[in-house]
Design a protein around this ligand. Structure first.
Ligand code: HEC
Length: 509
């Protein structure tokens, strides 16, 4: 006996190695199991007939009552509450002895047949009716078979977008169409993930990226987490942990999303931080501010919010107007714009430059404030008297970059021949990837989305080497809240940092 073992040992080992070799996909679900998982986690079946859940005689769509809500993601039940949903993994349901339920009654092991019955009628294999807290489901035979196929593997399913060998991440490119900028960012992201993967991945899991732009990510199902620049994809009801550069939306709507984190404040709060700064600086002097915005509804909303802040917090009555090529001259002639008063400009480069020239022509000298992420003008070539009067706020500033960050980027750039253009966006991508890598590592070997979300939310002063250290908290989903105020430095002929102001963007619980 002993001898036989020894003889076969190498063979057994070989077989073992052969069996575990495609380890990266060992826990990948089959199509049937995946379909079952959709039912389990979302109440969505694969037939045209929608699944319904009957709760004490009332039919509701199963989408609002998926199994996971009560039996939890792993099928192990939920210890909270009065009647507790039991463990419904196949292993627990088919134990080869009678199991005592909470009401004291016992039931024999389930078979596929009796399991189909209990899910649809609430009658267990002993013929007893379950407590009414467990809904009765109406679904097709195919759906229920898929569901059971999933219950058989639910305990080994490591979670959405993750298996023994890989983590799947969605990356939202900045532009909606395929552009050079998108290609540049993509290259940086691939370079970085390649570095991580070549050095063994994270707990031996390779990072796999699915790139998308605008709304082209078809389904979130098999994506562990999302990151990138674009905010439009399914933002509010997103269940996937998400880390984005910044929100392009209004403060309130973007920050109520529990699963979304941002590196920088929203464009709205960046603009409002500028209002705070300008009023600190001007004190009583700046009593008649002007707000000029160009075009679209978003810029208008920013202008209105700035106006509201000036009125409510600073007791001022600003003059607010849309500005464009045709009304620019008239607006500038308008008496509302005065010397030594604040003028907030939210518009593009060419309008900004025209505005400066028009003001200079009639020798008006307001202080000009621009949120640098959504407005611009040519400071370098601005009329001389204006140069000192222009203040631009940015969510990040070059002098805050550490040598380590620059070194990392330089190494990647040389090794992978990265494009020199769009450096700031490339660095933003790198900042997000570093933050994700850190949170994945902290989540440990038995990583899942919930753990990852928790680690991200618990990040405290994590230094990427590029921007101020990132801190998140349950009510703080903006990692870096400092706004950098810059002003022209005539000696060095470039913008210099003159102040920082905190953009205190908070999540509403
Ligand atoms: C609203 C909460 C809720 C939802 C949603 C729910 N269950 Fe239950 N389930 C329960 C409770 C509570 C029990 C325990 C009932 C009892 O002990 O009488 C239970 C019991 C069961 C049992 C019996 C276990 C046993 O040991 O006899 C099975 C099987 C089951 N659920 C499967 C499912 C499946 C599959 C779904 C989704 C299609 C689902 N449940 C959705 C609450 C829920």
């Amino acid at each position: 006996m002993k001898k036989a073992y020894r003889t076969y040992l190498p063979l057994i080992l070989l077989l073992f190695i052969a069996a575990t070799k495609p380890s990266s996909y060992i826990n990948e679900l089959t199509a049937k199991q995946k379909a079952g998982k959709d039912i389990y986690t979302k109440g969505i079946g694969s037939s045209n007939v929608k699944i319904t859940a009957n709760m004490s005689g009332v039919n509701v769509p199963a989408t609002i009552m998926p199994c996971m809500n009560c039996h939890n993601a792993k099928g192990t039940g939920n210890p909270e509450g009065g009647i507790t949903p039991p463990n419904i993994t196949w292993q627990a349901l088919t134990k080869n002895y009678d199991v005592k339920r909470q009401d004291g009654e016992t039931r024999p092991p389930y078979t596929e047949k009796s399991l189909r019955k209990v899910i649809t009628t609430g009658i267990d294999p002993a013929g007893n009716a379950l407590h009414s807290a467990m809904p009765k489901y109406n679904m097709t035979r195919q759906d229920i078979d898929n569901l059971i196929a999933y219950l058989k593997v639910i305990d080994t399913d490591q979670g959405v977008g993750i298996s023994q060998g890989r983590i799947k991440m969605g990356f939202a490119l900045p532009d909606a169409e395929s552009t050079k900028k998108n290609a540049t960012i993509k290259k940086l992201v691939q370079a970085y993930t390649n570095e991580v993967n070549q050095s063994g991945g994270i707990y031996n899991r390779k990072i796999e990226i699915e790139f998308y732009s605008k709304n082209t990510l078809e389904k979130e199902d098999d994506i562990f987490m999302l990151t990138g620049f674009n905010d439009t994809y399914n933002a509010t009801n997103r269940t996937t942990p998400t880390l984005l550069s910044h929100s392009k939306k209004l403060v309130s709507s973007s920050l109520d999303t529990k699963n979304t984190f941002y590196i920088y404040p929203s464009l709205m709060s960046q603009s409002l931080a500028l209002v705070t700064y300008s009023n600190k600086r001007l004190k009583q002097k700046g009593s008649s501010p002007t707000i000029l915005y160009y075009g679209n509804t978003f810029q208008k909303q920013v202008a209105q919010n700035m106006e509201a802040k000036l009125v409510n917090e600073f007791n001022l009555s600003p003059f607010t107007s849309e500005i464009n090529e045709s009304n620019l001259e008239d607006i500038v002639q308008n008496n509302a714009i005065r010397d030594d008063q604040a003028l907030y400009f939210i518009g593009p480069y060419h309008i900004g430059n025209k505005l400066l020239t028009a003001l200079d022509n009639i020798k008006k000298r307001p202080y000009i404030y621009l949120p640098g992420s959504i407005a611009s003008l040519d400071v370098l070539n601005a009329p001389q008297p204006f140069k000192d009067n222009i203040f631009i706020g940015y969510p990040t500033w070059i002098s805050k970059r550490a040598a380590s960050g620059e070194k990392l980027y330089k190494t990647l750039k040389e090794k992978y021949a990265l494009d020199a253009k769009w450096k700031n966006s490339q660095l933003d991508a790198l900042i997000m990837l570093l933050t994700i890598e850190e949170s994945l590592k902290r989540s440990g070997q038995n990583l899942n989305q919930e753990l990852f979300h928790g680690e991200l939310e618990g990040l405290y002063e994590f230094s990427t080497g590029f921007i101020q250290p990132i801190t998140f908290a349950p009510n703080k989903h903006i990692g870096s809240t400092t706004m950098y105020i810059t002003n022209f430095d005539s000696n060095k002929n470039r913008m210099k940092l003159i102040a920082t102001v905190n953009s205190s963007e908070r999540r509403h619980e």
